[in-house]
Design a protein around this ligand. Structure first.
Ligand code: FE2
Length: 467
């Protein structure tokens, strides 16, 4: 598919009100900011059109099976190798982890919850505002994940970040993100997400100033759409709603421009004197993309019981075991609840998987209070969790005659993994941790009764006769 964009203004790093995107998850895209910039018939001609350099970026090994192979060809004014040597960044970043072990994080089976973190007044950009909350595995061994959060208030200036460790799925909760990438520019508002695959250089601009959000990083694998099974060919996140950028470039002299490379959780810097966003044309299937969560088509129970949250999977990163995710991104969007004689909120639960939750806006159906937009919770492997006391009592009080009810104005999400996360010390010691979280369940009282005939009476009330 060919999708051309009006030629860029040289040296213009501002974002227009409307950007043009290419549609489709996993497509093989082609885009050129100047007509004729994309070589035809081959990837690496002796001389590329307009004297551009050809450069491939590989997101999978060369020999990965075709159905999972991801790579793109970038045609740029100077190749990305044109920079001074990498050096450890000074000052180092103290709160990024990509290899979780006893030296940098700890096991904690307690139900954890954090209140939202206010954005600092002092200037801080996306790189320094990013901090790891928890994770498992190792970026070096290409297996695992990290969950980060960020609070930032200023745009990255004369620098770009390149994450060599894994793919980043960014969930803004407050403040828009205007992100320049080597494939073009994307604008993301709270309620949308962006995936920046491993290795792409990008710069985060914050047009709204104070900003906050969540990030899932996966090592050694990429996000894909979940299989739909008996749902059929349609539903959940539609491939056409995923948007990739169109080619855009800037050609300008940028003395001291810094490439910040996150490599093994450490930051390294390399200086060059030009913008890395100098790709005039590109083609391929390895590309940043965004998705508007309001376009999700939820499926749910229409008679009894509460469906397992996997029914709301937007994107998944599979592990080697069938049906077991290294990381699922699941949302809890506005929807109708219609189940009969059913406890409609999420059930009480212990899970072999570990669940990190965040809230983008509104409330969450299982927590009457305490779980706030910008906050987070973590329920590790086999740690019990479920509706708080207020939610349980209010739900039961509504009784069996509760009619269809629309959950509106809400967008919660979950990162769920088969790997058990270790938690970073600054997250456990954070002033925003809710040390009273357990209290939300302490008030759950026993409704148990075993008077003669009592159980049968209750079953009849529920619309079922045990006979
Ligand atoms: Fe759960």
């Amino acid at each position: 598919m060919e999708n051309k964009q009006p030629s860029s203004e040289f040296g213009d790093s501002g974002f227009p009100a409307e950007l043009e995107y290419q549609s489709g998850f996993g497509n093989h895209f082609s885009s050129e900011a100047i007509p004729g910039a994309l070589p035809q018939g081959q990837n690496s001609p002796l001389m590329c059109p307009y004297g551009l350099y050809a450069e491939q970026i590989s997101g999978t090994s060369f020999t990965s099976p075709r159905k999972v192979n991801q790579r793109s060809w970038l045609y740029r004014i100077k190749p990305s190798v044109t920079h001074e040597p990498f050096k450890p960044r000074i000052p180092s970043h103290k709160k990024l982890v990509s290899e979780f072990n006893q030296s940098n994080s700890s096991a904690n089976p307690t139900q954890l919850r954090w209140k939202p973190t206010e954005v600092a007044d002092s200037p801080i950009d996306f790189i320094d505002g990013l901090y790891t909350v928890c994770g498992a595995g190792s970026s070096f061994l290409r297996h695992g994940y990290a969950i980060h959060m960020y609070t930032a208030n200023k745009s990255m200036d004369n620098c770009a970040l390149c994450n060599a460790d894994g793919d980043l799925l960014i969930v803004p909760q407050k403040g828009r993100l205007w992100i320049a990438t080597e494939c073009g520019r994307l604008q993301i508002s709270p309620g949308e997400i962006i995936v920046i695959p491993q290795g792409f250089r990008f710069a985060v601009n914050l047009p709204d100033g104070p900003s906050r959000g969540y990030v899932a990083e996966v090592f050694g694998a990429h996000f894909q759409l979940p299989d739909l099974g008996p749902i059929g060919a349609n539903g959940l996140a539609a491939p056409r709603d995923f948007l990739a950028p169109t080619a855009w470039f800037e050609q300008k002299f940028c003395p001291g421009y810094t490439i910040v490379q996150k490599f093994g959780g450490e930051l390294f810097t390399a200086i060059q004197d030009f913008s890395p966003f100098n790709v005039v044309a590109w083609h391929g299937n390895y590309v940043p993309y965004k998705y508007d969560l309001s376009k999700f088509c939820p499926f749910n129970t229409v008679l009894i019981d509460h469906g397992d949250p996997s029914i709301n999977t937007v994107l998944t990163v599979p592990s080697d075991k069938p049906g077991v995710a290294l990381l699922d991104f699941v949302i809890f969007p506005p929807r109708w609840l219609v189940a009969e004689h059913t406890f409609r909120p999420p059930y009480y639960h212990r899970n072999c998987m570990s669940e990190f939750m965040g809230l983008i806006y509104g409330g969450y159906e299982a927590k009457a209070d305490g779980f706030l937009p910008g906050g987070a919770s973590l329920h590790c492997c086999m740690t019990p969790h479920g509706p708080d006391t207020k939610t349980f009592e209010a739900t039961v009080a509504r009784g069996n005659d509760a009619g269809p009810f629309r959950i509106a104005n809400t967008m919660a999400f979950m990162f769920e993994s088969c790997l058990i996360p270790r938690v970073c010390p600054w997250a456990l010691e954070s002033p925003h941790i809710d040390r009273e979280y357990y209290q939300c369940w302490i008030g759950l009282k026993s409704h148990f009764s075993h008077e003669e005939g009592d159980y049968k009476d209750k079953q009849v009330q529920n619309g079922k006769d045990t006979n």
